[in-house]
Design a protein around this ligand. Structure first.
Ligand code: ASP
Ligand code: MG
Length: 424
């Protein structure tokens, strides 16, 4: 007997047929004698629709940057998951499975006060465990919790993944299965490189980089939580036949296991290539090379909630002036330029230059820690394709390269093959 948390994303519960199919996956685990909690997303497209309704409402007079009241936004967008949790509970009951739906506040999933982007601070798993012991399946509405103000709070887009991992940690589940519309985590995006392979296993740290750098299988926060609480997390497909052989395998179900690096015996040097398109580069030219300049630049950008990445500062040639370059998502570029213009006096730069339509391609692998020359092979391979590199940043387990957006796909395929990822 094991304790399993099963999470189903929007495409897995897109309509009533899909919900009945999900119920079959759940029943399979229940019939095998496991204790099961299920976390569901809203039906595909539902959250987008709810968000767009909020955005179409008239703006409150005098409202500041955010044009809606985030508490009411949460009250509205959290409703999608409420619907699917009830529907799945009914589908399970009709198959003879004892099931009950749960909203975030009923458990409770306690969050902080950051409405629309709340973080989970505590989950009391005791009632769920009591229900497990009665043989009941809990069907939990993902993406939502309750804030210190006693109001519904949502966890940011894609937050049901985080709900699932957090619940798995709270009830000390043996496994958290994230069911989605792909059958695992691939060495790169298969739409860009058809030779991409599904990984058997990937380490938490690597998955964290993959998710942060553009692979959209899991919300980044969920991977962080899984890593902190060591929740063994499987990414697998709800589109597989629920009763196909091996589907109920406790140790090796089909899919990709995200786990501690100790569990990965045959560690590759490079495990995956991620990419993010629509990056913009901003350069501040000839700013004073003195203490406090970086703080004067990046403080106000952070206050404006602009996500800055790839910061490169030049060594000053004359000891008094330097250049600073960084990237932001293209959608934030205009806002960033406005913030910088407002701080010109304080920062003391000469000119700002910016360029949009760039792509960041990243090579990821824990094995890099102990292998030299990984970066050099990337640079050589890109040079052979005449792809110009605009900026480079590295960490212990990743190399990120900024290039012209038009070459993103070519760069991904080139790097995928250089590191032998297309070989089986
Ligand atoms: N339904 C929410 C969203 O679309 C949460 C989730 O699916 O994870 O963002
Ligand atoms: Mg998702």
């Amino acid at each position: 007997m094991a304790r399993i948390v099963m999470k189903f994303g929007g495409t897995s519960v897109a309509d009533l047929d899909r919900i009945r199919n999900v119920a079959r996956h759940v029943k399979r685990e229940v019939d095998a004698g496991h204790q099961v909690a299920v976390v569901v997303s809203a039906m595909a497209g539902k959250t987008n629709e709810l968000v767009s309704w909020v955005q179409q409402m008239p703006k409150v007079a005098g409202a500041s940057a955010s044009f809606y009241d985030a508490r009411e936004y949460d009250a509205i967008v959290a409703s999608g998951e409420q619907v699917t949790s009830g529907l799945l509970a009914i589908a399970l009951q009709s198959m003879g499975v004892d099931a009950r739906s749960w909203q975030g506040w009923q458990i409770p999933v306690k969050t902080d006060n950051a409405h629309a982007a709340a973080r989970i601070i505590d989950i009391d798993g005791s009632e769920l465990i009591r229900r497990f012991e009665m043989g009941q399946v809990a069907v939990v509405a993902g993406f939502q919790g309750i804030g210190p103000d006693n109001r519904l709070a949502t966890l940011g887009r894609g937050g049901s993944d985080t709900s699932a991992v957090a619940i798995a940690a709270a009830v000390k589940a043996d496994r958290c299965d994230i069911y989605t519309d792909v059958d695992g985590v691939y060495t790169t995006d298969p739409r860009v490189e058809p030779k991409a392979r599904r990984m058997k296993k990937i380490a938490f740290e690597e998955m964290l980089e993959m998710a942060s750098l553009g692979a959209k299988v899991l919300q980044v926060r969920s991977v962080e939580l899984a890593m902190v609480h060591k929740v063994r997390t499987f990414v697998r497909s709800s589109f597989d036949d629920p009763d196909a052989p091996g589907m109920g395998d406790l140790l090796n179900p089909p899919g990709t296991l995200i786990c501690d690096e100790e569990e990965i015996v045959e560690q590759e040097v490079v495990t995956g290539i991620a990419y993010a398109k629509d990056e913009a580069q901003i350069s501040l030219r000839r700013l004073a090379d003195r203490p406090g300049v970086s703080a004067a630049i990046f403080g106000p950008l952070a206050d404006a909630h602009i996500n800055v990445d790839m910061i490169v500062q030049n060594i000053s040639e004359d000891g008094s002036r330097t250049d600073m370059t960084f990237t932001v998502p293209s959608s934030d570029a205009e806002k960033a330029l406005a913030v910088l213009a407002g701080q010109k006096e304080l920062i003391g730069y000469d000119v700002v230059q910016s360029e949009s339509g760039l792509a960041k391609v990243s090579v990821i692998g824990i094995g890099m820690r102990s292998h030299a020359g990984v970066a050099a092979s990337a640079f050589k391979a890109l040079a052979e394709k005449s792809i110009n590199i605009k900026a480079i940043t590295t960490s212990e387990i990743k190399i990120s390269i900024l290039i012209d957006g038009a070459y993103a796909e070519l760069a991904v395929r080139t790097l995928h093959s250089v590191y032998g990822l297309d070989k089986t």
